[in-house]
Design a protein around this ligand. Structure first.
Ligand code: ASP
Length: 590
């Protein structure tokens, strides 16, 4: 057995190593056999280094190098020499040098890979996930995970400097109602009873405040057994925190300072604080969403007044029924007639019943499928609603009930912005959405649900309001149109908590059974407190400019919630189920 000691790393080789002997290890990244000379790009975590095997220099080693193939794991020693000027690679940090190899040890061979690492961006994602270790070997992926590490490390550094304690909370727990369905875990010791995996550490972190911990955080794993939508994962990571004796502004302030620290540390970038604040009602009225992308304008306008005496039947019907006409005003973009008609189909795909476009060719020339129904002074009237209307402007109108119409316009706004290339790349646009409604009505179940969760404190004076008018002491943080997370000031007294449970239609027995411990704690010296949780995977997706959160999770599940590498979940035989007191029902096919 040859003795080998690694003296440096591929990507660290520099001027100082010139003419010196070094020993490095890694994977064969690329191999070029130039008749006599064999060139290998050797890759380790730190980068690439070019190796040269020269028969004139070391015959035996050169012969051995013929065996090398992609992804062989090798150790080499040799002398660092300068490359000839024509062969300098300016894209590599080590591109000025090469290693004249005099010793080669093959640590392990590799069969032909199921996909070429350089093609990973075009191969089927399931294949990448099945061989995730190969996929993760790629320098591009290494960069993402290095950044993930730096981000989490910087968060810990900052929160530590702010006297937060990092405290772990149980994974095997009881369900906390946060709107999603939970995973259940049977246990041999408790046949017939189940643990639930936490949707978040919500109740534990509140209880930690009762325990006097005052400032808690956790890089917490959360589990939700949801029907998976495009970019959801059954398990994901949050930066979860909670503080005592604070108000909304304190949580907002600590998070802004945390992000300022983080972006400076990781990107050397100065974030502008305070971040923009919008109330839920403002955000919805302007952008048709509670997580608007604020990197561009294209606000929604209420154009109902413009059509109050219209003869157009379908608009008339909407106005008469107390509905609304919402509009987007697109400027400085050349839309052809055909394109405008295509937007009608697109709007329908986004959920609109119809879309009406009005193209202002100039003040006196207005083109629209309904132009003959528009009043002669339409331009002058429109100026009142759209002050910047001008030649070339296009109005996109949707009519109906306020909420659904504004939601559609919100989606249309995003689609138009993409088409019109209004979204600046490389920008991080943070904002806070505040003053959320406490409750939302579930029309199907005919009952009120918490918009955030049932532990969120209502705003002052709520007892005298109708449920739909009660606002919560809740806030969401958004980044580039994505909800990074949210939190709230919590209820800390039993009376308020019981009233909220009552509004949610929970019976005394249900409350006692589910939350008895919380109500009891609220009577044993519970301090006022509040907190927030931020989705780390989403944040990292945005920070690394990745197309999905799966790109920044080391071992994500597929869109169907399947771990293709481990092949989980997997069936369990009857025998084993019996240990848990379980029996499977016949599968129902849908
Ligand atoms: N537990 C909440 C969530 O996961 C966040 C919070 O209220 O702190 O969304």
């Amino acid at each position: 057995m040859q003795v080998f000691e690694r003296t440096t790393e591929c990507g660290l080789i520099n001027e100082q190593n010139l003419d010196k002997r070094v020993c490095i290890t890694g994977w064969v990244h690329r191999r070029r056999d130039h008749g006599g000379l064999i060139f290998i790009d050797l890759r380790d975590r730190s980068g690439l280094m070019q190796l040269v095997f020269n028969p004139d220099f070391s015959k035996g080693v050169h012969e051995n190098a013929h065996k090398l193939r992609s992804e062989y794991v090798i150790a080499v020693c040799g002398t660092v020499v300068e490359r000839s000027t024509e062969t300098v690679n300016t894209e590599l940090s080590t591109g000025k040098w090469e290693l004249q190899v005099d010793e080669l040890i093959i640590l392990n061979s590799a069969k032909m890979l199921p996909f070429n690492l350089e093609d990973a961006n075009v191969v089927d994602e399931e294949l990448r996930l099945k061989y995730r270790y190969l996929d993760l070997r790629r320098p591009e992926m290494h960069k993402k995970f290095a950044l993930r590490h730096q981000v989490i490390f910087a968060m810990r550094e900052f929160l530590n400097s702010e006297q937060f304690y990092e405290i772990e909370t149980p994974i095997l727990t009881k369900n906390t109602p946060e709107g999603a369905r939970e995973f259940l875990v049977p246990s041999r010791m408790h046949p017939g009873s189940f643990y639930a995996l936490p949707q978040s550490p919500q109740l534990y972190k509140q209880i930690l405040m009762s325990a006097g911990m005052e400032k808690y955080f956790q890089v917490a794993r959360c589990f939700r057994d949801e029907d998976l939508r495009a970019d959801r994962q059954p398990e994901f990571t949050q930066l979860d925190l909670e503080m005592s004796f604070i108000k909304e502004a304190d949580v907002i302030n600590i998070i802004e300072r945390l992000f300022t620290y983080l972006f400076k540390k990781v990107f050397g970038k100065e974030l502008k604080t305070p971040f923009k604040h919008l109330t839920f009602d403002e955000a919805f009225a302007q952008y048709g969403s509670d997580k608007p992308d604020l990197r561009f304008g294209l606000d929604i306008h209420d154009a109902t007044s413009l059509f109050k005496d219209t003869e157009l039947k379908f608009l008339r019907a909407v106005v008469d029924k107390g509905g609304k006409i919402g509009a987007l005003h697109a400027r400085s973009h050349d839309f052809s007639h055909t394109e405008l008609n295509k937007w009608v189909d697109k709007a329908q795909k986004l959920g609109a019943k119809g879309l009406l476009w009005i193209h202002i060719k100039d003040e006196n020339k207005i083109v629209s499928p309904v132009s003959k129904f528009l009043p002669e002074d339409f331009f002058a009237r429109a100026q009142k609603v759209f002050p910047t209307i001008a030649r070339g402007s296009v109005l996109f109108l949707v009519a109906g009930q306020y909420k659904p119409v504004w939601e559609v316009l919100g989606r249309l706004r995003l689609a138009l912005a993409q088409e019109m290339k209004l979204i600046a790349k490389g920008e991080f646009n943070f904002a806070w959405i505040t003053d959320f409604p406490l409750l939302e009505f579930d029309a199907k179940e005919k009952r009120w649900n918490s918009m955030h969760h049932p532990f969120t404190a209502p705003q002052h004076g709520w007892e005298n309001k109708e449920p739909e008018d009660v606002k919560a002491r809740a806030y969401d943080m958004i980044l580039n149109g994505i909800e990074l997370g949210g939190g709230s000031i919590r209820i800390h007294d039993r009376q308020t908590q019981e009233k909220v449970f009552d509004l949610l239609g929970l019976s005394k027995e249900q409350v006692q059974q589910k939350f008895g411990f919380l109500l009891e704690a609220q009577e044993l010296g519970f301090p006022p407190h509040g907190g927030i949780a931020l989705g780390l995977d989403r944040l990292l997706m945005l920070m690394t400019n990745s197309s999905s959160i799966r790109e920044v999770i080391a071992f994500p599940k597929t869109a169907r919630g399947y771990d293709v590498m481990m092949e989980a979940p997997t069936s369990v035989d009857t025998e084993k189920l019996r240990d848990y007191g379980l029996k499977l029902l016949p599968q129902v096919k849908d």
